[in-house]
Design a protein around this ligand. Structure first.
Ligand SMILES: Nc1nc2c(ncn2[C@@H]2O[C@H](COP(=O)(O)OP(=O)(O)OP(=O)(O)O)[C@@H](O)[C@H]2O)c(=O)[nH]1
Ligand SMILES: [Zn+2]
Length: 201
């Protein structure tokens, strides 16, 4: 699904009120086996909803908000630009438990380049949603491809999923790697290898 469609879908339902969201947190506290009227937990629903606003702030942004500004004066620079080790925290859409790691992004410019911070902003925009690592990898690549129209885009994400570490199969330190290549990267195994070497080196 492309970025535009995802945003249209997101607008299609109404968000619950603050009051409803806090009541839902109280229900989950009771579900966990606690008393939400205990003093230490009284303000917890408010804090949780505030934290959710931050952790899921990506639903309030579209990639165009981040990627619309480009620069064309780069003295003919036309090799790949790599921004690597962009740290992120996200939540898996299956368990709503965090997964975290780093994203590496590269593109080969055609008409212009992006401000470097925008790549990190793009990662956060998608990380701050309920995600799978595969979807997030593809969304970052598609957004960059569609807005900047570079010759090619490469995205690699390395992450640890807490739903595999804290529960379930309980394997600590497992890393999942995902990649997505478009354009010139898709066509050249040598460029893919160079990206991976530079990103992980
Ligand atoms: N492909 C993919 N799977 C993910 C991601 N995050 C979590 N998962 C997996 O989603 C799967 C959900 O599997 P289910 O069998 O429906 O749920 P479950 O019974 O909680 O699975 P277990 O984690 O094996 O206990 C699990 O295998 C998770 O490891 C992700 O980003 N990508
Ligand atoms: Zn999970």
């Amino acid at each position: 699904m492309d970025a535009m469609l995802a945003n249209a879908d997101l607008a299609a339902f109404e968000r619950p009120s603050q009051q409803e969201a806090e009541a839902a947190v109280r229900t989950l506290i009771r579900w966990a086996g606690e008393d939400p009227t205990r003093e230490g937990l009284l303000d917890t629903p408010k804090r949780v909803t505030k934290a959710y606003r931050e952790l899921f702030a990506g639903y309030d942004l579209a990639p165009e908000d981040v990627l619309s500004r480009t620069f064309s004066e780069v003295a003919g620079y036309n090799d790949m630009v790599i921004v690597k080790d962009i740290t992120f925290h996200s939540h898996c859409e299956h368990h709503m438990v965090p997964f975290h790691g780093v994203a590496h992004i590269a593109y080969v410019p055609d008409k212009g380049v992006l401000g470097l911070s925008k790549m990190a902003r793009l990662v956060d925009l998608y990380a701050r949603r309920l995600q799978t690592q595969e979807t997030m990898t593809a969304q970052i690549a598609t957004a960059l491809d569609e807005s900047l129209r570079p010759k090619g885009v490469a995205v690699m994400i390395e992450a640890e999923h807490m739903c595999m570490a804290m529960r379930g199969v309980a394997k600590q330190g497992t890393k999942t790697l995902t990649t997505r290549f478009t354009g010139s990267f898709q066509m050249s195994a040598a460029d893919q290898a160079r990206f991976i070497t530079l990103a992980r080196g």
